[in-house]
Design a protein around this ligand. Structure first.
Ligand SMILES: NC(=O)c1ccc[n+]([C@@H]2O[C@H](COP(=O)([O-])OP(=O)(O)OC[C@H]3O[C@@H](n4cnc5c(N)ncnc54)[C@H](OP(=O)(O)O)[C@@H]3O)[C@@H](O)[C@H]2O)c1
Length: 410
């Protein structure tokens, strides 16, 4: 583990999520002796971000370099205990930093929702991270902390109540209000551009166990389909369900957590995430219309001409994200429903305050970095998930400081 001039470096502090993460990092650390820096490729932009933070940001150092510069990144990793990154699409700009952290023993967390890239990173650097002691934790934003920690919370409660975990857990998205940023759009565009060139991307996306360790890539769940035209009635919640955009990504992380937690949820664990519509015929119609519209959007994004048009005229650009009002008024709610083999059901709500795509995500990323820097983490070096590495330590942090709550329902 690198000793470090910096306890935490926020890499990519000038982007849409990065600027909000800088704000939270500054306020969370301004009265402590934790040494932090804002990092990126543009010194002037970084200084402006720090100046905008006022006195709360005065303790933050600035580091400047490029995410493709291996020499610089090796030196930065050598000087840092934890690096948290918003520099994405990660498949484009993230590999060299993960490599540097794995080599130097520097803990790392990020916001990637790109399973094909995560698979590449695990395969390339797991042995090195285990040797160096670097804890590498991907997906520390709205994708996938609420799902991953929510399932861990529910399963621990099930084990306490029933003596064993639930075999079947479903998460239903019951509220989602907010926007999304340019970096999220860029990651999606990148995946749509690369997909036809590299069939492995689609194969990994569909494989429900793509992120599991070698030799453990099978189980009872079927393929993770991207926005299938499908709706069903949820008798528990009495609403119609519709596909959820990030379900394939979150589900892979939850299943990897189960494997890394030595099958705490059981080897026959099944997991599914869906969005919800209203009850009744209007709910059914809303769910079907939504899935058709989503499918049309995916087709438009798959065709180069319409993709270029949407990118230029509709999708947010790098650095852009929802305005202050949307960020503050944003919110989300998920209900986790666990069905136990004994026929009983256990439910939990996971609620987040602040727009999921930027505000809540930036707070969660900062809490994950603080957790890696300050907490007594039980696992050693290697590639982990939020639940398997940080578990209840992170849950306490995001509950206290990032506006999340996890509660069992009666
Ligand atoms: N997990 C989640 O829930 C979640 C939520 C939101 C976003 N995300 C992901 O987070 C990432 C960031 O999103 P965003 O909207 O904040 O993106 P963004 O606004 O485009 O910001 C990207 C950042 O990366 C920096 N950067 C780009 N190329 C670089 C290079 N070669 N060297 C150094 N820095 C470089 C940019 O610097 P400049 O300012 O100098 O251009 C900027 O600071 C995306 O990958 C997105 O998919 C995930």
């Amino acid at each position: 583990m690198a000793n470090g001039e910096f306890d935490i470096v926020l890499w990519g502090a000038t982007g849409a999520v990065g600027r909000r993460a800088a704000y939270h990092l500054a306020h969370r650390t301004s009265r402590s002796d934790i040494r932090c820096a804002l990092g990126g490729r543009d010194a002037e932009k970084l200084k402006r971000v720090r100046d905008d933070l006022g006195p709360a940001g005065s303790h933050l150092e600035i580091v400047v370099g490029d995410s493709k510069d291996r020499e610089f990144l090796a030196s930065l990793a050598g000087r840092s205990r934890v690096i948290c990154s918003t520099v994405g699409p990660f498949a484009l700009y993230g590999s060299e930093l993960v490599e540097a952290c794995a080599k130097a023993g520097t803990h790392y967390c990020d916001l990637t929702g790109e399973p094909y890239w995560m698979r590449q990173m695990i395969d390339a650097h797991q042995a090195e991270a285990q040797r160096s002691g670097a804890r590498i934790v991907h997906s520390c934003g709205h994708d996938s902390i609420p799902s991953d920690l929510g399932v861990l919370f529910l399963q621990k409660a099930a084990i306490e109540r029933f003596g064993s975990p639930c075999r079947d857990v479903r998460i239903r998205i019951t509220k989602f209000r907010g926007g999304f940023s340019g970096g999220t759009a860029a990651s999606f565009v990148y995946a749509m551009e690369e997909g036809p060139k590299n069939p492995t991307i689609g194969k990994l996306m569909a494989d429900p166990y793509a992120l599991n360790p070698a030799g453990e890539r099978d189980g009872p769940d079927g393929p993770d389909l991207m926005m299938p035209i499908r709706t069903s009635f949820d008798p528990e919640l009495k609403v119609w369900t519709k596909p959820y955009f990030m379900a394939p990504m979150n589900a892979k992380t939850v299943r990897r957590s189960n494997a890394l937690l030595r099958y705490l949820y059981g080897k026959d664990f099944r997991y599914k995430e869906s969005d919800t519509s209203r009850p009744g015929i209007r709910g059914w119609f809303g769910a079907i219309s939504y899935t058709l519209a989503a499918r049309l959007f995916l087709i438009a994004m798959a065709l180069p001409f319409t993709r270029a048009y949407l990118r230029k005229n509709v999708l947010p650009k790098s650095g852009e994200g929802p305005g202050a009002e949307v960020r503050e008024r944003g919110t989300y709610e998920m209900i986790a429903i666990g069905a136990h083999a004994n026929g009983q059901v256990i439910r939990a709500t996971i609620v987040g305050r602040g727009d999921p795509g930027v505000e809540s995500t930036s707070r969660m990323l900062v809490e994950a970095a603080l957790c890696l820097a300050e907490d007594d983490i039980a696992v050693g070096g290697g590639f982990w998930t939020p639940a398997s590495a940080l578990g209840s330590l992170l849950r306490e942090r995001v509950t206290a400081h990032a506006g999340l709550s996890f509660e069992l329902m009666e």
